[in-house]
Design a binder for this molecule. Sequence first.
Ligand code: GRF
Length: 217
Amino acid sequence: MPKLKLGVLISGRGSNLQALIDACAAPDFPAEIALVLSNKADAFGLERAGRAGIPTAVVSHRDHPGDKPGFEAAMDAALRGAGVELICLAGFMRILSEGFVERWRDKLINIHPSLLPSFKGLDTHARALATGVRFHGCTVHFVRPAMDDGPIVAQAAVPVLPGDDAHALGDRVLESEHALYPHAVRLIAEGRARVDGDVVRIENGATVLESTINPPL
Ligand code: GRF
């Protein structure tokens, strides 16, 4: 079976990129990273990609001032040129336009550090603590034009523990992200995650169990 070609979009440290790089190193993993694209030339994730011998590209929004379509066309060209079949947003800090999202409909996923639809946007860990939720976590979802919205592929829950601050809780969530993202990519690459309207059906019926990871605490 040919491997699904991923394009990973980053803006920063790239720890989720690293989790995908590590997963793709396993011979039986059904996907490979064809391109790591950053909008920032100094993103540490580019170094991670370089070390793994993965092609990289920098498409800076600053080279397209006031021209989002131009910025996105340059990204699109780089991704298509590399043969990318599935885009994985991994800490990519630019909001994509409706046009770009629709061009990559059902071929564009994101990881968000909360149990969506709770806590869209930034500062999710502090907001979870302020709200007093007992469980927090992360979500991989297909991207739709509205921010942090779209059919959910997989989620992982972690407990909020006594004494947690945003940093401690964020670290616990991040660890679960690193397990969840490769899991979600595998489901898609194996053709087991199908978008059906507003939800994702996981093949073999066990939607909840199959699409949820709770790593050991
Ligand atoms: C992660 O928390 C991810 O969920 C969010 O941005 C952060 C990126 O971290 N979208 P990293 O660059 O993958 O380390």
